[in-house]
Write a protein that binds this ligand. Structure first.
Ligand SMILES: Cc1cc2nc3c(=O)[nH]c(=O)nc-3n(C[C@H](O)[C@H](O)[C@H](O)COP(=O)(O)OP(=O)(O)OC[C@H]3O[C@@H](n4cnc5c(N)ncnc54)[C@H](O)[C@@H]3O)c2cc1C
Length: 381
C-alpha cells in the first residue's frame, strides 16, 4: 500500500520501520524512501508530536554576517561546554541544507525584502531563526506529512502505540551481548490487538519525555516511550538528567502548557517582577539580559518567584507597536485574547516549564545505537 494511511492490519515486510511521525521520523522516511520501502508507525494521530507545536523557528547560519564558528561558539556556551563539539559542528553545518530541503517541500518561511526573515532567540549572538509566523512547527509538520503521503515508498500507520522492540534474544545469549533488533510490537489502538511489525532496520523517532513532569510544554504523547524501549532492549541511554526548562510558559490554571515563544524576548519582550514592577534580568545576567540562554533565564525567574513568594513573573512586550506585536505573533495574540489577555497592552504572566529532553538514546553521527538494526533520531536521542 503506497503513500496512503492504511487502516488495515496487513503486516507486509518493509525494509525500514520508523516509529514516530514528527520532523525526525518523516525526514528519515523521505530520505530512505528514495532507496527502500518504509513503514511509519505513530501513536495517536500523525501530527501528535512536539513538531506540530513548535513555535519560534529553526536556527541556521543564513545571514551573510553570520558564521558557522559563531553558531558553534554560541551553542557551546549555551551548553556550558558540556556539548560534544563534533556533534555541534555536524548539526550546525548541515542546518542550512536542511532548511533548503524544507523550503523545497513547501514550508513557507517568512521573508522580508526577498530574503528569509531571521528572528532572534536567547543564546544567539546573531539573528538566525527562520520561522513561519509564530507557528513554525505546524507548517513543517504539514509539509513533511504531505510529501510522505504522496511518496509511493512510504506507508503511514497512525493509531499504533509501540510497546517493545523485537530482539533476537537467542543471539544475545550466544554472544553474551544484546541481540539484533528486528522490529516492534505495537498496539492497534482501534482493535486492541498487538501486532508484530518487522523490518531489516528500525528507527526510533518517538520524541521526548517531557510529560513525566507535571508542568511541561510538550504534548501528551511525549512520555519517553522510545527511550524506554531502547533501554529495555539493551541499548545505552545517556544524560537523562539534562532536562531543558523553557523560561516562559503561560501561567494559567486552566491552560497549563501553552508556550510563549522565546522570539517574544528576541523581539524586545522584557521580564518584569510583578511585585516591584522592575526588570530583573540585570541582576542575573547584566550583559545578555532577557536573551541569556534558557537555563539562565529559567533559573532567574525561578529565583524571583521563590524570593518574592510569587506565582509568576510578567513578560511584557506592550511597549512595542501593536501592529508589530500582532504581525509577529498572530497565533499567540489570538490565543491570549481568548484567555482575556491583550499582549499589545498588557503583560503576560509566565513561569518556567519542562520543554526539551536533552538526553536520550545514545547514537553516533549516523544515528546508530548500541544494537545492530536499531537507529534513533530527533529528540529521543
Ligand atoms: C511547545 C513547543 C514548542 C517548541 N518550539 C520549538 C522551536 O521553535 N524550535 C525548535 O527547534 N524546537 C522547538 N521545540 C522542540 C521541537 O519541536 C522538538 O524537539 C521536535 O519537534 C521533536 O521532533 P521529533 O520528530 O524528534 O519528535 P516529535 O515531533 O515529538 O514526534 C514524536 C512522534 O513519535 C510518536 N510516538 C511517541 N511514542 C510512540 C509510541 N510508543 N509508539 C508509536 N509512536 C510514538 C508520536 O506520536 C510522534 O508521532 C518545541 C517543542 C514544544 C513542545
Amino acid at each position: 500500500m503506497s503513500g496512503a494511511q492504511s487502516s488495515g492490519t496487513e503486516l507486509a515486510a518493509h525494509d525500514v520501520l520508523i516509529i514516530g511521525s514528527g520532523a525526525a521520523g518523516l525526514t528519515a522516511a523521505l530520505v530512505l524512501a528514495e532507496k527502500c520501502r518504509v513503514l511509519v508507525l505513530a501513536k495517536g494521530g500523525l501530527d501528535g508530536g512536539s513538531t506540530n507545536w513548535a513555535q519560534g523557528g529553526i536556527a541556521a547560519v543564513l545571514d551573510a554576517g553570520d558564521t558557522f564558528e559563531d553558531h558553534v561558539r554560541d551553542t557551546m556556551v549555551a551548553g556550558a561546554g558540556l556539548n560534544r563539539r563534533e556533534t555541534v559542528e555536524f548539526v550546525i553545518e548541515h542546518a542550512p541544507a536542511a532548511i533548503a530541503r524544507l523550503i523545497e517541500l513547501g514550508v513557507p518561511f517568512n521573508a522580508e525584502a526577498g530574503s528569509l526573515h531571521l528572528t532572534r532567540e536567547g543564546g544567539h549572538s546573531h539573528r538566525r531563526i527562520v520561522h513561519v509566523d509564530d507557528a513554525t512547527g505546524a507548517a513543517v509538520q504539514k509539509a513533511l506529512l504531505k510529501a510522505a503521503r504522496e511518496h509511493p515508498n512510504v506507508t503511514l500507520l497512525p493509531g499504533r502505540t509501540c510497546i517493545d522492540l523485537i530482539t533476537g534474544r537467542h543471539e544475545a545469549l550466544r554472544y553474551s551481548g544484546s541481540g539484533r533488533v528486528w522490529g516492534v510490537y505495537a498496539l492497534d489502538e482501534a482493535t486492541g490487538r498487538v501486532e508484530a511489525h518487522t523490518a531489516r532496520a528500525t528507527i526510533l523517532a518517538t520524541g521526548g519525555a517531557g510529560r513525566v513532569y507535571q508542568f511541561s510544554t510538550a504534548p501528551r504523547g511525549a512520555t519517553g516511550d522510545g527511550i524506554a524501549m531502547a533501554w529495555r532492549a539493551g541499548a545505552r541511554v545517556s544524560n537523562m538528567e539534562m532536562m531543558q526548562f523553557h523560561p516562559t510558559c503561560l501561567y494559567n490554571l486552566d491552560v497549563k502548557n501553552f508556550l510563549i515563544t522565546e522570539a517574544v524576548r528576541g523581539e524586545g519582550g522584557r521580564l518584569i517582577n510583578p511585585r516591584t514592577g522592575k526588570r530583573f534580568m540585570e541582576f542575573y545576567d547584566p550583559e545578555r539580559l532577557e536573551l541569556a540562554p534558557r537555563d539562565v533565564v529559567a533559573r532567574a525567574i525561578d529565583s524571583e518567584i521563590k524570593r518574592f513568594g510569587l506565582d509568576f513573573v510578567h513578560l511584557d512586550i506592550s511597549h512595542m507597536p501593536s501592529d508589530f506585536v500582532k504581525g509577529h505573533f498572530p497565533n499567540i495574540y489570538e490565543k491570549l485574547i481568548g484567555l482575556g489577555i491583550d499582549m499589545t497592552t498588557q503583560p503576560i504572566p509566565v513561569v518556567p516549564a519542562q520543554h526539551y529532553t536533552c538526553g536520550g538514546v545514545l547514537i553516533d553521527l549516523d544515528g546508530r545505537t548500541d544494537l545492530p538494526g536499531l537507529y534513533a533520531a530527533g529528540e529521543c536521542t
